[in-house]
Design a protein around this ligand. Structure first.
Ligand SMILES: CC(C)(COP(=O)(O)OP(=O)(O)OC[C@H]1O[C@@H](n2cnc3c(N)ncnc32)[C@H](O)[C@@H]1OP(=O)(O)O)[C@@H](O)C(=O)NCCC(=O)NCCS
Length: 197
């Protein structure tokens, strides 16, 4: 990872979230399944204003980045074709100043539907773990997955997050309560698992 620099992983480039990305943020939150899988908010049609608010919230993260594929290599006179292609969003929120000494981080991720199942989520989570432990000096990185999102539960375990348990009947969704599964990775666990990569 080190040789590639902090803004790349094997296949992905990471860049800042810009105002021009708001339509992509809107399309993510307008996918009802992806929205309900990634946030506990009431499902509802999303407005352009909500995308602006989302971007504002992302500005408060330790890091938030658009996950992008490199532009196609074929020579093109069309400059827009030379821009990296966004495939998703990854962010790592820290704590406010009075809690920062605990050095906790919390990952969120959303891969656009057409790019899911191709390993990009795994790659971006590994990259943000690297950034969080190696650059931001975090001690513990956490994420949660709703019971009705078994793909995420499986993915986080496969990456090496430790299941800590669940908050029972935590979220009301689609007519019933579901558990919230909590996962974490500590810095020494990350170094043991990924330190040599
Ligand atoms: C959950 C989420 C982040 C996972 O990202 P993803 O890019 O789809 O995940 P990955 O591709 O890394 O891994 C998922 C599957 O792809 C497979 N995969 C991994 N690398 C692959 C590759 N190079 N080519 C093809 N498939 C691959 C994995 O084996 C896995 O399959 P399995 O679970 O059936 O065994 C994504 O589906 C998503 O954004 N969902 C909507 C929002 C959401 O749920 N966010 C998380 C909230 S907790």
């Amino acid at each position: 990872m080190t040789g590639l620099g902090p803004w790349h992983s094997e296949r992905l480039i990471y860049r800042a979230v810009e105002p021009e990305d708001e339509p992509i943020l809107l399309s993510m939150s307008s996918d009802p399944e992806a929205f309900s899988n990634s946030a506990p908010f009431l499902p509802q049609p999303r407005s352009k204003k909500s995308a602006t608010q989302h971007r504002g919230w992302l500005e408060g993260a330790l890091i938030s980045a658009m996950m992008c594929l490199p532009p196609p290599t074929s020579a093109s006179q069309d400059n827009t074709a030379l821009n990296p292609i966004p495939v998703g969003l990854v962010h790592l929120h820290g704590s406010d100043a009075r809690l920062a000494h605990h050095r906790h981080g919390d990952i969120g991720i959303n891969v656009l539907r057409q790019y899911q199942g191709q390993g990009y989520g795994t790659e971006a989570i590994k990259w943000v773990l690297y950034w969080g432990f190696q650059y931001a000096g975090l001690h513990r990185i956490e994420l949660g997955a709703f019971e009705y999102n078994p793909g995420a539960v499986k993915l986080y375990q496969r990456i090496g997050f430790v299941p800590e348990g669940k908050k029972r009947a935590w979220i009301w969704f689609n007519g019933r309560y579901w558990d919230l599964h909590i996962f974490s990775m500590l810095e020494h666990e990350w170094r043991e698992k990924f330190g040599s990569e």
